[in-house]
Design a protein around this ligand. Structure first.
Ligand SMILES: C[S@@+](CC[C@H](N)C(=O)[O-])C[C@H]1O[C@@H](n2cnc3c(N)ncnc32)[C@H](O)[C@@H]1O
Length: 366
């Protein structure tokens, strides 16, 4: 089999665009299926508009688990230091970001293919201060003499019924034990869905475009708070300070959907905005408030009871589309939505929320 080269990847991209299956392309061009995988992942990356590096080596699965640019850049700033050891570097996207803020990066992964791709990706990005190592980081870390920070991006099975700390690879307790001999300043990424985190550390939830994206645990001098949330790409940050609570209220004039990281971290009471109350899973206020921690803001136009009142309110609002924000099973969503949209002729989009005994007809504010 020919070694993977750029010309073959480009040819495979053209054929993939024509809908030809990877196995057939590999056979026709006499190239490996890995080369076709790379072509497919590049096409996906282009479709996603992620073009900071055009010629990345990765498979579609690698792309799925790779660190996104916003998170990689943020972490690289927060963990800026002389020498960082990165455990679980994968195809090297986080390593490349570290290379731009740290003097030296030692990047380790147990998967030889990924380490090979990571080396090619680092060359493509033009960074020269990363030493890639292949093997079990828990063994290799013992041979490293000095490091300022250890960062570990963990691996877990794609489909798991419940995210549990003990199912994460490498074992977090072992990472803390082994790497704790090198430095106490450790950051470990874990799935944000994990319920129990039995460690004394900062739990920092990250969102990208207001969607919950990551949970990073900070140990040693890296710990700045107990719980924090950062909304990326802007980087606005909230920290838990004391025991604040928001008072509950029925829906007022405005309804707010909170940033995913802030919500997961339970930091709504720390959003610096006066006159904010909690209303079920949303926030509400009488006056319109601005905050980088709001994912969406809705104006409550009408409060209704029963289908007849809702339909009349939707018509009065000039509504044609009705987005349901009520608890409903996904297979019933469109059937229910059609029920509200039938007979509507307007051009406006309304959002329908439920609050105790009422339905709220709302419009999203710009
Ligand atoms: C979520 S991925 C990292 C993704 C990476 N940041 C990227 O951009 O591609 C986690 C990685 O941890 C690696 N890993 C799991 N156990 C390991 C171990 N004991 N030593 C080194 N790497 C390990 C996996 O091979 C996997 O590539």
């Amino acid at each position: 089999m020919k070694p993977i080269n750029e010309t073959d990847i480009e040819k495979a991209k053209v054929l993939l665009k024509q809908g030809i299956p990877k196995e057939k392309i590999a056979k026709a061009l006499g190239i490996s299926e890995d080369a076709c995988e790379i072509a497919a992942a590049r096409l996906r990356n282009e479709k996603l508009g992620k073009t900071s590096y055009n010629n990345l080596y990765m498979t579609l699965t690698d792309l799925r688990f790779a660190t996104n640019e916003e998170v990689a850049k943020y972490r690289a700033e927060r963990l800026k230091c002389g020498h960082i050891v990165e455990i679980g570097c994968g195809i090297g996207l986080q390593s490349i970001a570290f290379a731009k803020t740290c003097k030296k990066v030692t990047a380790i992964d147990i998967d030889e293919r990924k380490v090979g791709y990571a080396g090619k990706n680092a060359a493509e990005a033009g960074v020269k201060n990363i030493e890639f190592m292949h093997g079990d980081a828990l063994k290799l870390a013992k041979n490293i003499k000095k490091a300022d920070i250890v960062f570990c991006e963990t691996e877990r099975d794609a489909e798991e019924e419940e995210r549990k700390i003990e199912n994460i690879r490498p074992d977090i307790k072992k990472v803390l034990e082994t790497c704790g001999k090198l430095t106490k300043d450790i950051c470990i990424e874990v799935p944000p869905q994990v319920k129990e985190i039995p460690f004394d550390c900062e739990k920092e939830y990250l969102s990208v475009g207001h969607e919950l994206n990551r949970l990073d645990l900070y140990f040693g001098k890296l710990q700045k708070a107990d719980i924090s949330a950062v909304a990326l790409p802007a980087g606005d940050r909230l920290e838990k300070k004391g025991e604040e609570e928001l008072s509950p209220s029925p829906p007022l004039k405005y309804l707010y959907e909170t940033d995913g990281a802030v919500k997961k971290a339970g930091l709504e009471p720390y959003i610096p905005a006066k006159g904010l109350f909690i209303c079920g899973e949303y926030l509400t206020s009488e006056k319109k408030l601005e905050s980088p921690f709001f994912k969406a803001v809705f104006e409550i136009r009408r409060k209704c009871r029963g289908l007849k009142e809702i339909m009349s309110a939707l018509k009065k609002e000039g509504c044609g589309k009705v987005i349901l924000r009520i608890k409903i099973s996904p297979d019933k969503y469109w059937e229910e939505r059609k029920k509200y949209e039938s007979g509507l002729e307007g051009n406006e989009t309304c959002h329908l929320f439920s609050a105790k005994n009422e339905m709220l007809v709302c419009k999203k504010t710009p």
